[in-house]
Design a protein around this ligand. Structure first.
Ligand SMILES: *Cc1c(COP(=O)(O)O)cnc(C)c1O
Length: 406
C-alpha cells in the first residue's frame, strides 16, 4: 500500500521533486476554509488567514480566491499578500513591534486596520498617518488574561506575556487613541494563544472582550468589529480539538444583537493538516541503548519538535517489509535538539520514504538555513496534478549575499 496526497503517491512526488519536500493539498486548504465559513455562516465573519502559519504565495492565492482576508505581522508578509493577489482592504496588521517603515507601507497600501499592541505604537501610527495626511484605522489588542492551556511558548493571553494591552489599562488606552487626531478607532481584538485544545478559554476571552466593548460604548467609543484572533488547535496526535460549530454558536450567543462585525484570524487550523513533509531515511543507526532513524529533513525544515516538544505523526510512505522497532527519528543537524520524533515504533530501513504529518503550518514558514542547508521545495497538489510552488534553494543562493572580504 502507498500513501497518497489527493491522487498522487508520495513516492512519486519524492522521485519527481526530491526530499526533503513539503506537500500541500489544495482540497484540504479548501475544506479547512469551508469548515470556518460553514460553522460561522450566521455571523458572516471576515476570516483573516494568519500568513505566518504558511506564507507561500500559492497558499495565500488560494485563500484569496476563497474570499479570505489576511492577518499579517510584518511588512514582508504584506508584500506576500499583495504579490499573491490578496486584498489590502481585507488585511489586518498584528504584532508588537511594527516599525515606522512597515506602518507607512501598510497605510499606503490601504489595509483594513492595525491591531495596535501598546500606547507608544498608537502614538507612532498616529504620527506616521499625520505625516501622510491620512487617518489610520486601528483596533486595540487587549490581553484578556485567560489561560489558554497550551505550551507556554505559544500562550499569549496571560498578563505576563509581551502581547497586547492589559485589560486594566484598556479603557484609558482607548481614550488616548480617541484623542489622537490621525487615528480612526474601528475595533477590538485579542489572540490568546495557539494550538488551543479547549474551547472555554476562547469563549471566556470573547466574553471579556465584549464586556469591555460595552463599557467603551457607554463612554461614547463605538466599535465596528470584534476580532477573536486565531488559535484553534489541530490534531497532531490524538487531541480532541475544539468544535468550530460549538465555538460559533457560543460566539453568536455572546455577540447577539450587538451589531459588531466578527473577524477571525485562524492560521494553523487552515493549513496545518493540509501539509506533510516528505523525508528519506539516510541511515539506521543502532547504538547500545537506542536506535536512530537519521533522515534528510531536520530542525531547520521542521522546528516545532525542537522548539515546543511538539508531536508529529510519522508514517512510512509505503507498507514496509521490515519489522517495526523503537527509534528516535532525527535529522543531520549538529544539535541534540534536532529530532523530528522520539521513541516511535516504526518499520523503516535506509532509503525508505517517511511522511511527517501536520507540516502545513509553522514548518516551511519557520525554516532556516542552519548548517547551511538549503530550504526545501514546496509542492501544491490538486487532484492528480502537482505544481512546484517554491523551488528548492541552491547553495549559490545561500551564499549570494555574503562576501569573504574583511
Ligand atoms: C499567530 C497568530 C494568529 C494565528 O494563530 P494560529 O494558532 O495559527 O491560528 C492569529 N493572530 C495573531 C495575532 C497571531 O500572532
Amino acid at each position: 500500500m502507498s500513501l497518497c496526497c489527493e491522487n498522487i503517491r508520495y513516492t512519486e512526488l519524492a522521485e519527481r521533486y526530491g526530499t526533503p519536500l513539503y506537500i500541500y493539498s489544495r482540497a484540504a486548504l479548501d475544506e479547512a476554509f469551508a469548515a470556518y465559513t460553514c460553522a460561522f455562516a450566521a455571523l458572516d465573519p471576515l476570516i483573516c488567514y494568519a500568513v505566518k502559519a504558511n506564507g507561500n504565495l500559492a497558499v495565500i492565492r488560494r485563500f484569496a480566491e476563497l474570499g479570505s482576508g489576511f492577518d499579517i505581522v510584518s511588512g514582508g508578509e504584506l508584500a506576500r499578500v499583495l504579490a499573491a493577489g490578496g486584498s489590502a482592504a481585507k488585511t489586518i496588521f498584528s504584532g508588537v513591534g511594527k516599525s515606522e517603515a512597515e506602518i507607512e507601507f501598510a497605510l499606503r497600501a490601504g489595509i483594513k486596520c492595525f491591531n495596535a499592541e501598546s500606547l507608544p505604537e498608537l502614538e507612532r501610527i498616529n504620527a506616521v498617518a499625520g505625516r501622510l495626511n491620512l487617518k489610520a484605522p486601528v483596533s486595540l489588542r487587549i490581553n484578556p488574561d485567560v489561560d489558554a492551556q497550551t505550551h507556554p511558548y505559544i500562550s499569549t493571553g496571560l498578563k505576563d506575556n509581551k502581547f497586547g494591552i492589559a485589560m486594566r489599562d484598556a479603557e484609558a488606552a482607548y481614550r488616548r487613541a480617541a484623542a489622537l487626531p490621525h487615528l480612526h478607532i474601528v475595533g477590538i481584538d485579542c489572540h490568546i494563544g495557539s494550538q488551543l485544545i479547549r474551547l472555554d478559554p476562547l469563549i471566556e476571552a470573547c466574553e471579556r472582550i465584549l464586556a469591555l466593548a460595552r463599557r467603551l460604548a457607554a463612554q461614547g467609543i463605538g466599535l465596528q468589529h470584534i476580532d477573536l484572533g486565531g488559535g484553534v488547535g489541530i490534531v497532531y496526535d490524538q487531541e480532541d480539538t475544539p468544535d468550530l460549530a460549538a465555538y460559533a454558536s457560543a460566539v453568536a450567543k455572546l455577540i447577539g444583537g450587538s451589531k459588531l462585525g466578527l473577524i477571525l484570524e485562524p492560521g494553523r487550523s487552515l493549513v496545518g493538516n493540509a501539509g506533510s513533509l516528505l523525508t528519506r531515511v539516510e541511515y539506521v543507526k543502532r547504538n547500545e541503548n537506542k536506535n536512530f532513524l537519521i533522515v534528510d529533513a531536520a530542525m531547520n525544515d521542521l522546528m516545532r519538535p525542537a522548539l515546543y516538544q511538539a508531536y508529529h505523526r510519522i508514517e512510512p510512505a509505503e507498507t514496509p517489509s521490515a519489522a517495526p522497532f523503537a527509534a528516535d527519528i532525527v535529522g543531520p543537524i549538529c544539535e541534540t535538539g534536532d529530532f523530528l520524533a522520539k521513541d516511535r515504533t516504526i518499520a523503516a530501513q535506509a532509503g525508505d520514504l517517511l511522511v511527517v504529518r501536520g507540516a502545513g503550518a509553522y514548518a516551511a514558514s519557520m525554516a532556516s538555513n542552519y548548517n547551511t542547508r538549503p530550504r526545501a521545495a514546496e509542492v501544491m497538489v490538486n487532484g492528480g496534478e502537482a505544481r512546484i510552488v517554491r523551488r528548492r534553494e541552491t547553495i549559490e543562493e545561500m551564499l549570494a549575499n555574503e562576501k569573504a572580504c574583511l
